[in-house]
Design a protein around this ligand. Structure first.
Ligand SMILES: O=C(O)COP(=O)(O)O
Ligand SMILES: [Mg+2]
Length: 234
């Protein structure tokens, strides 16, 4: 990688953002959905802090973890059924209690205005993701939306990131992945894409141990982190 992108533009050509815990604080809605689901099976609700650590590897994994936290190990058939119900329940309240992370809208607008291509690469289903981006008025700035059901596999596998680079018509070396959790940073490493980890999201692992190229406290620190990556590569 060099300070200029493969096409001669300023680096990075594109920034790939994770969604939950990175651009949005969605756990109040997700926890509410989990807590509508569990009582249908006679189980006690979970605390928001418990649910927060279960987000990041897709809805199915979340459901598996939520039942496991109540001592229930689901076989494939039961997990399919509960996953289906969770999709219906969560699909009804995607945005009621969800908020943009501080500064996210302005940061995206600044990059968009500056000609940097933007993508959302999330393990949340693509349809839900598009509804949420529309709700926050972000869709026009996002050049590619890749969800957990868009490709054959999900983060931490690298395929979603390669697919995103293809959709944006950028070289993967011109991309930076920004996320909060192991799935994001591992996917970036597996794809050979540089990464920034943001504190304050939903990571089960301490953010400093994720192995990101740079760790930042908030999205406001992203331009500085990208400038540091640029100068270290120049
Ligand atoms: O696990 C999910 O459903 C989504 O999580 P992500 O946006 O952090 O990838
Ligand atoms: Mg996340």
């Amino acid at each position: 990688m060099s300070a200029a992108s493969a096409n001669g533009h300023d680096w990075p050509g594109a920034i790939l953002f994770d969604l939950d815990g990175t651009l949005i604080d969605s756990v109040p809605d997700i926890a509410a959905a989990v807590n509508e689901l569990l009582p249908l099976y006679g189980l006690e609700p979970l605390g928001v802090d418990q649910v927060r650590k279960m987000v990041g590897e897709g809805v199915r994994k979340l459901v598996e973890r939520a039942f496991a936290a109540r001592g229930v190990k689901l076989d494939k058939g039961d997990l399919d059924e509960r996953h289906g119900r969770m999709m219906t329940i969560y699909g009804k309240h995607l945005t009621g209690r969800t908020e943009l992370m501080a500064g996210a809208g302005r940061m995206l607008a600044d990059y968009h205005r500056g000609g940097v291509k933007l993508a959302v690469v999330t393990n949340k289903p693509e349809g839900f993701t598009r509804i949420i981006l529309d709700h926050f008025g972000l869709s026009d700035m996002i050049g590619a939306v890749v969800g957990g059901d868009t490709c054959a596999d999900r983060k931490p596998e690298p395929g979603m990131l390669y697919h995103t680079a293809d959709l944006l018509h950028v070289d993967k070396d011109d991309c930076v992945m920004v996320g909060d959790s192991p799935a994001d940073i591992d996917a970036a490493r597996n794809a050979g894409i540089r990464s920034v980890a943001v504190r304050g999201g939903y990571s089960r692992v301490p953010v400093d141990e994720l192995g990101a190229d740079i760790v930042i406290d908030t999205l406001a620190d992203l331009p500085g982190a990208i400038a540091a990556m640029k100068s270290s590569a120049a």
